[in-house]
Design a protein around this ligand. Structure first.
Ligand SMILES: [Zn+2]
Length: 401
């Protein structure tokens, strides 16, 4: 389940959609870059191979841990807890806490290696070890607290709704994603990043004109301060309705020309114009409906179809439920990415047509791939499994057509 992945805020909330992928910059404005040099390309390829290997290891580790915990540890731990915790709710929370705590112990070395060691080896991170650890545990605590509420809500549905719990859970999940879509840009993002209104009359003027031409109302354009901590720059679209806003990383704002930033902004406007957030939410609804139904069937078989009754769902079933959801996400991830890459291409085309800034578009992506050490033509397997955005080589080639 998403609670077990390290990158929860950025990765699994469908209403926070990463715009151009993540970039990292190490200095001030660069002059218009040429294509990558041989050395830069070789370094980007090495970095890409590390990422693919680490992502695969992470998925394998998560599923192995959840599977072993569900099949070997859940029943004995539940039995042991029942010796001194007589209330089912407390036992449920305790089992969840033990499961998440042990998972953190198992996965921390890999998280440290991929999030700190590798990022520093390729000079993509500016964080000190203390900062990285603080951020890691801030994110972990938030994920565990949020997960505990979700687990409790899920069991409440088992107990009170019974056989149709999976339908109720999918509807509940949908409502939560709408509420989070409203709250994320206002409450959650400032918890991680310093966010302030963009103070640039020139850019604001360009943005206002673009938004007006597209018949779009945006609450505001914001500068997200990332450079003092992570050096990550990202353009992002967040929120729904009245909280709808565009967030631009300060590294992007400082390192790119106004034309380049305008093209990136136009890409973000495209996501609003094509209503990608509601579409992703609708997709998420059917996705969670299928996932929860699958859990219901697997739990029935695991517990025994003749005695299975969701109203009597045992506490020890929780890890099995999360294991099934984990496998389901792994299988469905590539399908979601197909949809996401389609949306990205749609917005790239929109940005090119709406601004006519073909050269700025190409130089912006060249800059990004150099700063980000992003392989322009990554292995097909990596794209298929993990990439929510098309390879940069493909995006540039589209502009050159
Ligand atoms: Zn995008």
């Amino acid at each position: 389940m998403s609670d077990c992945t390290d990158d929860q805020l950025a990765g699994s909330d469908s209403s926070i959609e990463s715009g151009i992928g993540t970039a990292a910059a190490n200095g001030g404005p660069a002059s218009a870059p040429a294509e990558m040099s041989h050395e830069q390309l070789a370094e980007a390829r090495t970095y890409g191979r590390w990422q693919l290997g680490l992502d695969l290891t992470d998925s394998a580790l998560d599923l192995t841990y959840l599977g072993l915990f569900a099949m070997l540890a859940a029943v004995p731990i539940d039995h042991w807890l029942s010796g001194f915790l007589t209330t089912v709710s407390w036992r449920l929370l305790a089992l969840y806490g033990i499961m998440m705590g042990l998972h953190e112990c198992v996965s921390f070395p890999l998280a440290y290696f991929s999030g700190y060691v590798i990022e520093h080896r390729f000079a993509l991170s500016r964080q000190s070890l203390g900062q990285w650890v603080a951020r890691h545990f801030k994110r972990f605590s938030l994920a565990v607290a949020f997960g505990a509420v979700m687990v409790f809500a899920l069991y409440a549905l088992f107990w009170f709704v019974g056989p149709w719990w999976w339908l109720a859970a999918a509807i509940g999940f949908f409502v939560v994603s709408i509420v989070l879509g409203q709250l994320a840009p206002v409450l959650i993002l400032p918890f991680f990043y310093k966010i302030e209104r963009l103070d640039s009359p020139e850019l604001s003027g360009r943005f206002a004109q673009l938004a007006a031409e597209s018949g779009l109302s945006i609450e505001g354009v914001y500068r997200m301060v990332l450079s003092d901590e992570t050096a990550k720059a990202n353009a992002m679209l967040a929120g729904l309705g009245r909280t709808r806003r565009v967030l631009l990383g300060d590294t992007l704002l400082d390192g790119f020309t106004p034309d380049e930033i305008q093209v990136v902004f136009a890409h973000e406007v495209g996501h609003h114009v094509f209503r990608h957030i509601p579409k992703l939410m609708a997709l998420g609804f059917f996705y969670s409906l299928a996932g929860f139904w699958l859990c219901d069937r697997v739990l029935a078989m695991w517990i025994g179809t003749d005695v299975y009754d969701p109203r009597q769902m045992p506490v020890y079933a929780l890890p099995m439920l999360m294991f099934v959801l984990g496998i389901f996400s792994l299988v469905m991830g590539p399908l979601q990415n197909v949809a996401s890459r389609r949306f990205e291409r749609q917005c790239d085309r929109f940005a090119l047509v709406r601004t006519g800034l073909r050269e700025a578009y190409i130089s912006a992506f060249r800059k990004l791939s150099i700063l980000n050490k992003d392989d322009p033509d990554p292995p097909r397997l990596a794209v298929f499994l993990f990439h929510s955005h098309p390879p940069i080589g493909e995006r540039i080639a589209m502009a050159q057509e």
